[in-house]
Design a protein around this ligand. Structure first.
Ligand SMILES: [Zn+2]
Length: 151
């Protein structure tokens, strides 16, 4: 599943509940800012992130992803592509989106892949609507993905 090379394996602990790997040029600080933004924007979605995600890492890919290992430890993998878009709003949306995938996986809920994506994009859209000063492309990307997956 995780074929892409991990960018960094050295870990630092910034957030008390979620471990963030150190990578790139202060990428862990960006991920931490994204977590803080989720916390200050939407309490319910923050609680889901906080309770389902143990670890945030980075990988070289066009898309972000997540995984739960054999020990039950869950990781959100933020793609270098998402980091390079240079938007904390985008990183927070990615984390919110992936946290719902993780929650479903941890609950053992198996959905049709397109149905699951539709659900996760609708979930992130709820969050996007609450973000102050959100980039229009974030909003349109989410709506596009919902339409693509509900077909
Ligand atoms: Zn997804």
């Amino acid at each position: 599943m995780l074929r892409t090379i991990l960018i960094s394996l050295s870990a630092v602990s910034i957030s008390p509940s979620i471990q963030i790997d150190q990578a790139g040029d202060g990428w862990h600080l960006k991920a931490d800012s994204a977590l803080q933004l989720i916390k200050s924007t939407d309490n319910k979605k923050w609680n889901l992130v906080d309770s389902t995600c143990d670890h945030i890492s980075f990988w070289k890919s066009d898309f972000s992803s997540c995984d739960v290992d054999e020990s039950g430890r869950s990781t959100i993998y933020i793609s270098d592509h998402d980091v390079k878009l240079n938007s904390i709003n985008n990183l927070s949306v990615v984390i919110v989106h992936e946290s719902l995938h993780l929650w479903l996986r941890k609950k053992g809920i198996s959905l049709d892949p397109k149905k699951e994506e539709e659900l996760c994009y609708k979930y992130e859209l709820e969050f996007i609507k609450k973000l102050p000063n959100v980039e229009p492309w974030l909003y349109s990307h989410s709506i596009e993905q919902i339409k693509k997956n509900e077909k």
